[in-house]
Design a protein around this ligand. Structure first.
Ligand code: MLT
Length: 252
């Protein structure tokens, strides 16, 4: 790999616009919670997840796919008819909502504050993966067996801020493919992310609980369990791949 980079904050999404990503593999982390929810949906049998950056875009898509479920959040809560302009969303953004009973065999159109925006920013890349702590080893395998001259790990963040849990997950992934990254490819953002992961000393849950997002979720009795749920390492053995043809994320 000629170059490896981590986009640490949402301010950097725009740097991908107009950039040649034709030989780039992008991995998007929104550990709390969008990419963790997408992977859980696929694990529980959803046929695909279609990310939409905006609420109106998601609602328009559903008009053309009436059988699809609408999922997503704003300010962390399920999108209500008041917020969407009349359409009640079926699911929010808690991975625990994406049970087999709700999602098996269904297409899901999903819009979240940062996660789906980060995926949208990578749309022209050769390969785009939805990543989480849930499937770090599957991501490592994919990277090891895929040819791309460039790896960009995109940390979705929270609103316009960097999110510690996303940077740490990026660092964990980098650590697992460290031997594959030549010295010339090691940008400072790669070193920063790896250092944050190494400082966790294998206790990623404690770091996540200390993060801004972790504290926000922990303080809400309905969402508290999402933190532990999203911190489980390697419980999903596949990656979520965004297809450039139809904009769907499917099992890969
Ligand atoms: C996002 O996409 O910004 C997050 O997943 C927000 C959330 O935790 O609901």
């Amino acid at each position: 790999m000629k170059s490896v980079e981590v986009l640490l904050s949402p301010y950097e999404f725009d740097s991908l616009r107009g950039r040649d990503l034709s030989d780039t593999l992008c991995v998007v982390f929104d550990v709390l919670r969008a990419t963790s929810s997408m992977l859980t949906a696929l694990f529980n049998g959803a046929s695909c997840v279609i990310p939409a950056s905006r609420i109106d875009e998601a609602v328009d898509m559903r008009r053309t796919m009436p059988d699809a479920l609408l999922a997503g959040e704003r300010n962390g809560v399920r999108i209500s008819a008041d917020v969407s302009g009349g359409v009640e969303f079926d699911l929010g953004n808690s991975p625990r909502e994406f049970t087999r009973a709700r999602v098996n065999g269904r297409r899901i159109i999903m819009t979240t504050t940062n996660g789906t925006r980060a995926l949208g920013a990578c749309a022209t890349a050769k390969h785009v993966l939805a990543g989480a702590i849930l499937n770090l080893d599957a991501l490592r395998e994919y990277i090891m067996h895929t040819h791309a001259s460039e790896l960009i790990i995109v940390c979705a963040g929270t609103l316009e801020q960097t999110a510690l849990e996303d940077v740490m997950a990026a660092g964990a992934l980098i650590d697992s493919v460290w031997e594959r990254i030549g010295d010339a490819a090691k940008s400072d953002s790669v070193l920063i992310a790896r250092e944050i992961f190494r400082r966790s000393n294998g206790d990623m849950l404690s770091v996540i609980e200390s993060s801004r997002n972790g504290r926000r979720l922990t303080s809400d009795p309905h969402l508290r369990d999402d933190v532990l749920f999203c911190s489980r390492r390697d419980v999903i053995d596949f990656v979520g791949v965004l297809s450039r043809e139809d904009g769907c994320i499917v099992r890969g």
